[in-house]
Design a protein around this ligand. Structure first.
Ligand SMILES: *[C@@H]1O[C@H](CO)[C@@H](O)[C@H](O)[C@H]1NC(C)=O
Ligand SMILES: *[C@@H]1O[C@H](CO)[C@@H](O)[C@H](O)[C@H]1NC(C)=O
Ligand SMILES: *[C@@H]1O[C@H](CO)[C@@H](O)[C@H](O)[C@H]1NC(C)=O
Ligand SMILES: *[C@@H]1O[C@H](CO)[C@@H](O)[C@H](O)[C@H]1NC(C)=O
Ligand SMILES: *[C@@H]1O[C@H](CO)[C@@H](O)[C@H](O)[C@H]1NC(C)=O
Ligand SMILES: *[C@@H]1O[C@H](CO)[C@@H](O)[C@H](O)[C@H]1NC(C)=O
Length: 356
C-alpha cells in the first residue's frame, strides 16, 4: 500500500514535467510566529511566463487565484493552527504548474517551568546520586525546546528533544546530580528556551525557581596526617584537629593517661588544643557528625637526651652571657673599671645609668 503511493507519487512527478526549479520567491522565506499572532508573507516570481498565481490556505486573506500578477501576499490576522502549510502556486503560460509550501513554525512559550526531585529536595548526602526533574508545561514546538541546568554560575547540562509534535506538549528533562561537598550552599535550577535560527528577538528563557543545595558530608581534617610533635622548652605545643564537615563536626579529645583528667580540664568540643601542662604521650582527637567519625593521632615526644643536654648547655651559656652583659651595662662606671666587661665598648657611653 505504502509502496503504491510512493510509486504513484513518482509517476505523478515524472509523468507531469515539473520544472526543476520553481520560479517562486517567498518573502520572508520562512515564518516563525507565536500562536495567536499575525503574519504576512509575499510570494513572487521573476518569470515573465506567468498566467496566474495564488495562495492555497485554509486561513487568511489573499488566498485564491489571481490572473496576470507577479506577486501575491497572504495575511493571517491570528494564527490558530499549530500545523500551517500555506502553499503558493504559479500557473505558467505553457500550462505547467509549480508550487511551494511556506515553512511556518508556530510556537508557544511554556506555561510553567518547575523543578522537582523524588525526595522533595531535602538535604543530600555526599556521593549519592539524585535524579532531578525539570517539568515544562505546554510548550510548542518541542523540537525547538532546549532545557539547560545551572549550578551556581555554571551551566552543567543541556537537553534537546527530538519529538516532532507541532502542538503543545508537557515534557521533562532529567538530570542526575552526584552530590559533592562543594555543592553545599549553591543554587541549582533549570531553564527552558525556544531556539530558532535565525533567533526570534525578545524570546526570553524561562527559569524555574532556585533550589539551594545542602550536602551532608563526614568530617575531613584540614591537615589529615597523624602528627608527631616535639616538646620544647621554648614553645608550647598546639594540636590542630580542625575538620570540615556538614553538619559542623563535634570534637572530643583523649589525653595521655599521665594527665589527670579532671572535669575542669577535660577538653571537649574544641578543634585546637594547647595543653597547659606539657607532657609527652598520645593525644587522640575525634571529629564526628551525623555522617561519620574521624580520628587523628598526635604523638608528643620529648626531644632526645643529647639534644636536651646540648640545648640546656646552650641555654645556660646564653643566660650567663646575658646576665654578664646586663650587669656590665648597669654596674660599670664610665671609667670602665670592671675587668670582665669590655671597657672600650662602654667607655663611649658616659650616660650609663645604674644603681651604683
Ligand atoms: C509584500 O509586498 C507588499 C507590496 O510589494 C509590501 O507592501 C509588503 O510589505 C510585503 N510584505 C512582506 C511581508 O514582505
Ligand atoms: C500538561 O499538563 C497540564 C497541567 O499539568 C495539563 O492541564 C495538560 O492537559 C497537559 N497537556 C498535555 C498535552 O498533556
Ligand atoms: C540518570 O540515571 C538513570 C538511572 O539511575 C539512568 O537511567 C539515566 O539514563 C540517567 N540520565 C542521564 C541523563 O544520565
Ligand atoms: C552548607 O550550606 C548551608 C546553606 O547555605 C550553610 O548554612 C552551611 O554553613 C554550609 N555548610 C558548610 C559546611 O559549608
Ligand atoms: C527547530 O529545531 C529544529 C531541530 O533543531 C531545526 O532544524 C529547525 O531549524 C528549528 N526551527 C527553526 C524555525 O529554527
Ligand atoms: C593514623 O594512625 C592510625 C593508628 O595508627 C591509623 O589507623 C591511621 O590510618 C593513621 N592515619 C593517617 C592519615 O595516617
Amino acid at each position: 500500500m505504502k509502496w503504491f503511493f510512493i510509486l504513484s507519487g513518482l509517476i505523478a512527478c515524472t509523468g507531469k514535467p515539473v520544472r526543476s526549479s520553481c520560479p517562486v520567491k517567498m518573502s520572508p522565506s520562512r515564518v516563525v510566529v507565536r500562536f495567536g499572532d499575525p503574519f504576512s508573507v509575499n510570494c513572487s516570481s521573476p518569470s515573465n511566463q506567468i498566467q496566474s498565481m495564488g495562495w492555497e490556505s485554509p486561513y487568511g486573506t489573499g488566498i485564491g487565484r489571481q490572473d496576470g500578477v507577479s506577486s501575491v501576499s497572504l495575511k493571517i490576522d491570528s494564527v490558530t493552527d499549530w500545523d500551517l502549510r500555506p502553499l503558493c502556486f504559479i500557473n505558467l503560460l505553457d500550462n505547467n504548474q509549480c508550487s511551494e509550501i511556506l515553512s511556518v513554525t508556530v510556537y508557544k512559550m511554556p506555561d510553567s517551568v518547575s523543578m522537582s526531585q523524588p525526595s522533595q529536595m531535602g538535604p543530600m548526602v555526599e556521593g549519592e546520586k539524585y535524579r532531578m526533574q525539570c517539568d515544562i508545561v505546554n510548550v510548542a514546538p518541542v523540537r525547538n525546546l532546549s532545557v539547560s541546568w545551572h549550578k551556581g554560575n555554571k551551566m552543567i547540562y543541556t537537553e534537546a528533544f527530538d519529538e516532532t509534535s507541532p502542538s503543545p506538549v508537557n515534557t521533562s528533562s532529567i538530570f542526575n546530580l552526584t552530590a559533592q561537598r562543594s555543592d553545599n550552599g549553591t543554587q541549582i535550577w533549570c531553564e527552558a528556551q525556544l531556539e530558532f535560527s535565525p533567533p526570534v528577538p525578545n524570546l526570553h528563557t524561562i527559569p524555574s525557581k532556585f533550589h539551594e543545595v545542602v550536602v551532608l558530608y563526614s568530617p575531613t581534617f584540614t591537615m589529615p596526617e597523624n602528627e608527631t610533635l616535639e616538646l620544647k622548652a621554648s614553645s608550647k605545643i598546639i594540636l590542630d584537629c580542625t575538620a570540615t564537615g556538614n553538619p559542623m563536626p563535634v570534637y572530643s579529645w583523649h589525653l595521655p593517661n599521665t594527665i589527670q583528667q579532671t572535669k575542669k580540664n577535660k577538653k571537649e568540643n574544641q578543634p585546637i588544643l594547647a595543653p597547659s601542662i606539657q607532657l609527652p604521650g598520645t593525644y587522640t582527637c575525634t571529629a564526628s557528625n551525623t555522617q561519620g567519625t574521624k580520628t587523628k593521632i598526635f604523638t608528643v615526644v620529648e626531644v632526645t637526651r643529647n639534644r636536651t643536654t646540648f640545648a640546656a648547655l646552650v641555654g645556660v651559656f646564653l643566660c650567663v652571657a646575658a646576665l654578664l652583659f646586663i650587669s656590665g651595662f648597669f654596674f660599670v662606671t664610665p671609667e670602665g673599671t670592671f675587668s670582665f666587661s669590655k671597657g672600650s665598648y662602654l667607655r663611649g657611653r658616659p650616660t650609663s645609668s645604674g644603681p651604683v
